[in-house]
Design a protein around this ligand. Structure first.
Ligand SMILES: [Zn+2]
Length: 378
């Protein structure tokens, strides 16, 4: 079983002989005498593509064999052409190599080990076993991109058993010989069986989008190459929209949004004051009445409650009803016996939902003003 992907990671097509084909649950498992399809492993997803007329759905390693799960059978002994889905593979190589650069830099600066690595649909998550000080991300990102621009070679080699103890490399645990070392001079040296770009410039761009606390260390969300460019482009489009809405320059949208938020808080405070004065006037109109039922449009539950409490200071039983967003918010306040019996009547007749305490009942009902009035007049 010749692993062509280790001989040249940029081979996109190859020819091989089918040496096994067996029916599996989700297709056919094909084995070849040689393959350029990288199997899932070392934190890297497998290659996809085609073998002859069959699509390759999954590639896994079983013992010494590499199994290609295909959607059709292939004849044993037949020579087939293999095509690697290069867009997918190059993207994975960019993410993986970028992860080496960032992990190598963090290890060198802070001594932290990479404790987890996952390439998602849009971003990759890279975990480290120690915290990063404030301001560290910018420096790490700058150094990582400088390593990309320096176009260092990415060397992969297997040291002899005698050499291995003298080779420095990052690893989570002691590894028996043979160990495959991936080395970017001056940046990283790590035990890894994955596939990488030949040179760091091929990574294109490294961008760290977020850093959050994770167990004893941190989790970075980052992207490399085209992924990073695509995401930054989407963020720029969002900022352009915000910039147009707020009539602010693209680099001043944050300050403009803060200004708008402060202005809105001021308006809320002002309208709450006006609302309170209007509620006082409405409540005054019910002064001396035994029952006071009030219909006001578009009040939030908090407004309904505030108005009911003000009216209850002037009348024996207050009921406030406000149609908003397809339902009627309501609040009853005053004499506990009357509040309770009206609450029960609204629940039983119109299916009102709510609850409260003696002398207070708040909830909502899906009913028209006429239907509610019919209950109130009983
Ligand atoms: Zn690697």
């Amino acid at each position: 079983m010749e692993k062509i992907f280790y001989q040249d990671q940029e081979i996109k097509t190859f020819t091989a002989t089918v040496i096994g084909c067996s029916k599996a649950e989700k297709g056919w498992e094909i084995t070849l005498d040689a393959t350029a399809f990288y199997p899932t492993g070392g934190g890297q997803a497998c290659d996809l593509g085609t073998l002859g007329n069959a699509n390759v759905l999954d590639v896994t390693e079983r013992g010494e064999d590499i199994l290609h799960l295909c959607d059709g059978p292939l004849e044993v002994g037949q020579t087939v052409n293999g095509h690697i889905d290069w867009e997918r593979r190059f993207d994975l190589m960019q993410q993986h190599t970028g992860e080496h650069i960032v992990s190598g830099i963090i290890h060198k600066l802070y001594g932290h080990q990479n404790s987890g690595f996952h390439v998602g649909e849009e971003l990759m998550e890279v975990d480290f076993d120690g915290p990063l000080p404030e301001g560290a991300l910018e420096e790490i990102q700058r150094l990582a991109n400088e390593a990309v621009w320096a176009d260092y070679p990415v060397n992969c080699y297997v040291p002899s058993a005698e050499e291995l103890p003298h080779v420095f490399y990052r690893t989570k645990r002691e590894l028996p010989w043979p160990v495959r070392i991936v080395e970017i001079p001056g940046i990283d040296s790590c035990a890894c069986c994955g596939i990488h770009t030949k040179r760091t410039a091929q990574v294109g761009l490294i961008y760290i989008f977020s850093c959050v606390k994770f167990h004893q260390g941190v989790r970075l969300e980052m992207a490399c190459g085209k992924r990073a460019l695509d995401r930054l482009h989407k963020i720029c489009l969002q900022n352009k929209q915000v910039s147009q809405i707020l009539s602010a320059r693209p680099l001043e949208t944050g300050a403009a949004a803060q200004q708008m938020k402060d202005a809105l808080a001021g308006e809320r405070y002002r309208s709450a004051g006006l609302e309170s004065r209007i509620f006082d006037t409405i409540a005054q109109g019910f002064a001396g009445q035994k029952t006071a039922f009030c219909f006001e449009e578009n009040l939030e539950p908090a407004g309904v409650r505030a108005l009911a409490e003000k009216i209850a200071q002037k009348a024996e039983l207050a009921g406030v009803f406000s149609q908003k967003d397809g339902k009627c918010n309501l609040c009853l306040a005053g004499n506990p016996e009357e509040v309770k019996s009206l609450g029960v009547a609204l629940s039983q007749t119109l299916g009102a939902r709510g609850g409260g305490k003696p002398g207070f009942w708040q909830g909502s009902v899906t009913a028209t003003r006429e239907q509610i009035n019919a209950v109130l007049q009983k």
